[in-house]
Design a protein around this ligand. Structure first.
Ligand SMILES: [Zn+2]
Length: 185
C-alpha cells in the first residue's frame, strides 16, 4: 500500500494483533488506513473517500448508519471523540446542490446523531455545521459533509468547526446590508 505522498506504507493490521487493551480509540484510529488510504488505488488519483466509504463494510469505513440518500461515519480527524460526519451518497460539493430528499435525510440523520451521542457519550452540547469550500475550512471540499461534534462542559480544546467565520475584517452591519439587499424579494 502507498501513502498519498507515494511513500511506502505498511499494510493495515487487525486491531486484535495490537498489544493493547481494546477501547474506543481502537475503532476510531486503526481502520483509517483501510478507509482513507484508498487501498489498491493510484495514490496520485484524486479519489474521494466519502464516495469510497459506502462501498466498504461499516467497520472498515467507520460508518455508523446508512440511510437512503445519506450516511453517517466517524471523522478520521475528530475535534472531539464521537465527531460524526453526515454525507450524501452523491458526490456534490455544496449544500445548495443537494436534493430536497438529501437535505431532509441529512437533517434527520443529524438529529439522530445528536440523540445517539447524548445517550452514548453523554454530550452536554453539540457543534453542527458544514464547511463549504476549502477557503472555509473544508478538508474534503468536493463532497458535502455535515459535522456533528459532541461537546462537554469541561472539554477545553475546542476548535471552531466553521473556520473562516472568526475573522471579521468587515463590519457586521455592512455585511448584513449586503446580504439583505441581494436577497430575492
Ligand atoms: Zn465524493
Amino acid at each position: 500500500m502507498r501513502d498519498y505522498d507515494g511513500s511506502d506504507y505498511p499494510d493495515a493490521e487487525p486491531s486484535t494483533a495490537f498489544a493493547a487493551v481494546p477501547d474506543a480509540f481502537q475503532r476510531l484510529w486503526t481502520p483509517h488506513r483501510i478507509a482513507y488510504i484508498l487501498e489498491g488505488q493510484d495514490p496520485d488519483q484524486d479519489a474521494c473517500p466519502f464516495c469510497l466509504a459506502p462501498g466498504m463494510d461499516d467497520e472498515k469505513a467507520l460508518i455508523v448508519a446508512r440511510g437512503e440518500h445519506a450516511y453517517v461515519l466517524l471523522n478520521l480527524f475528530p475535534y472531539n471523540s464521537g465527531h460524526l460526519l453526515v454525507c450524501p451518497y452523491r458526490h456534490v460539493a455544496t449544500y445548495d446542490e443537494a436534493t430536497p430528499e438529501e437535505v431532509a435525510e441529512i437533517g434527520s440523520l443529524t438529529q439522530t446523531a445528536m440523540r445517539v451521542l447524548g445517550e452514548t457519550a453523554q454530550a452536554h452540547g453539540y457543534n453542527i455545521g458544514m464547511n463549504q469550500g476549502r477557503i472555509a475550512g473544508a478538508g474534503i471540499a468536493e463532497h458535502l459533509h455535515q459535522h456533528v461534534v459532541p461537546r462537554w462542559a469541561l472539554d477545553a480544546n475546542f476548535f471552531p468547526i466553521i473556520a473562516g467565520t472568526k475573522a471579521l475584517p468587515r463590519l457586521l452591519g455592512e455585511v448584513r446590508a449586503e446580504i439583505a439587499n441581494a436577497w430575492p424579494k
